[in-house]
Design a protein around this ligand. Structure first.
Ligand SMILES: Cc1cc2nc3c(=O)[nH]c(=O)nc-3n(C[C@H](O)[C@H](O)[C@H](O)COP(=O)(O)OP(=O)(O)OC[C@H]3O[C@@H](n4cnc5c(N)ncnc54)[C@H](O)[C@@H]3O)c2cc1C
Length: 416
């Protein structure tokens, strides 16, 4: 259903954020072209843990973070590692990250997380329905589990943030935990259960299925690398690609961890860093966990997906271009074996992806100050799968000139 009066929007990036934005833009009546140098979902969206956690309202940078930095520098295989060689480049970002952990900032960031995340399932619902993919997302609940007997609830600040956000959470002892998840080793002795959280059965296939829907709706998805922009009459008139210039009317930058490179060419600077994470995928794990489990002792998630059991997580600050250090994936496997006795590893695959992260962990959902017909949708850090659909909805509202469903101030590109 295209007509010559339709607004045309070009989206750079066919990750989950770009594809969800494309679908919402189509729902708002726009004609859409998505550009990506790879296929849909082959960036960070390929291998995440699949968790959709409306209850996630505790920022990564917390007041105690400062005291842990020496440990992060000392242990290249720890849950958060900073490569020495990359320290000079990452230092400004790291200092801002630590500054985001002041208690007052933490509360404001938490409110902004909750505003987005609480809408995750409702924003996905129409997209999944339209794509016939409702079975790809489960409202199963999620466990956070620990080998420690006490302390899983977190300190007063953490509990206060969850209370303020109205997050439903149940504290479980060992017996209750193992009734709910018999596959988990008895070494795990305490847990939190978040009944309103859930997960995607396959993060990559989800992007592909939604991308197919974009095309069936009349959109184009083209394999192109965007290397620059052309400007005319004070606006962006074209994107430069290896296959020539493509004229643009409106533009969405949803290029994940690479977005800042494009923004620089548009005269905007943002402190975007790659928080690199790893996964191991076990296609035939020999155990059948019922629920996704966040391992609170070792900072990763174990997710039972349609194509196997995935252990995914940890953070490595080493820049976008450094080669992966797959010893980090092996550490995930070691901890995973401890969680699920009898684990089989035949056919195992490993992966590394770059989370697009700003120092406060919140995304940028905004219009460019220099070019009002250019929108920004990136920087979803640990929560891009969860935040993609609501981001798409907000970008479509922006493009339609409609009032935003939530206050967009916390996600402004000008906050840095
Ligand atoms: C180990 C791990 C576990 C995670 N677990 C979860 C989780 O459980 N739940 C959750 O919500 N999130 C999770 N995340 C985070 C989530 O995966 C990311 O936030 C999300 O995938 C970001 O999506 P995106 O579309 O912004 O970026 P991407 O998926 O990286 O997409 C960006 C796209 O832009 C393209 N691109 C970049 N530059 C250009 C250019 N110049 N020209 C053309 N194309 C370009 C890239 O090729 C890429 O396809 C996890 C991440 C990791 C690493």
């Amino acid at each position: 259903m295209s007509n010559s009066h339709q607004t045309h929007v070009t989206v750079i990036g066919a990750g989950i954020v770009g594809i969800a934005s494309a679908l919402y833009l189509q729902r708002a009546g726009c004609r859409v072209t998505v550009l990506d140098r790879s296929g849909p979902g082959e960036g960070c969206s390929f291998g995440n843990a699949g968790l959709i956690s409306p209850g996630a309202c505790v920022p990564f940078s917390m007041p105690e973070m400062l005291w842990k930095v020496p440990q992060y520098l000392a242990d290249p295989l720890g849950p958060l590692a900073i490569r020495w060689a990359y320290l000079p480049q990452s230092l400004p970002w790291l200092l801002r990250f630590l500054a985001a952990g002041r208690p007052r900032r933490v509360r404001a960031i938490s409110r902004a997380m909750a505003a987005l995340h609480s809408r995750a399932f409702t924003a996905y619902a129409p997209l999944l329905k339209e794509a016939g993919a409702e079975d790809m997302v489960r409202h199963s609940g999620q466990l956070y589990a620990s080998k420690q007997e006490h302390g899983i609830e977190g300190g007063r600040l953490v509990q206060g943030l969850r209370e303020a956000a109205g997050v439903k959470v149940e504290v479980l002892g060992s017996d209750e935990l193992h009734q709910l998840e018999p596959a988990l080793s008895p070494l795990y002795r305490s847990a939190l259960f978040f009944p309103e959280n859930g997960y995607s059965l396959n993060s990559f296939r989800l992007v592909q299925v939604l991308a197919e829907r974009v095309v069936r709706n009349g959109g184009d998805i083209l394999r192109r690398t965007v290397s620059g922009f052309r400007f005319a009459d004070g606006r962006v008139s074209a994107v430069v690609t290896e296959a020539g210039d493509l004229p643009v009317d409106r533009l969405v930058i949803a290029a994940g961890a690479w977005s800042h490179r494009l923004l620089t060419m548009l005269g905007t600077s943002v402190p975007l860093e790659a928080e690199r994470g790893y996964h191991v995928m076990l296609p035939d794990p020999g155990v059948r966990p019922r629920l996704p489990v966040s391992n609170r002792d070792h900072s990763f998630a174990a997710t039972p997906m349609e194509n196997g059991l995935r252990f995914a997580g940890t953070v490595e600050i080493a820049g976008l271009d450094a080669p992966p250090d797959f010893r980090r994936a092996q550490i995930l496997l070691r901890h995973g074996r401890e969680m699920y006795p009898g684990l089989r590893t035949e056919g195992m695959t490993e992966w590394m992806g770059c989370r697009p992260s700003l120092p406060d962990g919140l995304p940028v959902i905004d219009a460019s100050s220099n070019f009002p017909s250019v929108y920004f949708a990136f920087g979803h850090s640990h929560y891009g799968l969860m935040g993609a659909a609501i981001t798409g909805q907000l970008i479509a509202e922006m493009a339609a000139g409609a009032p935003p469903s939530i206050d967009l101030a916390p996600y402004s590109v000008r906050r840095f």
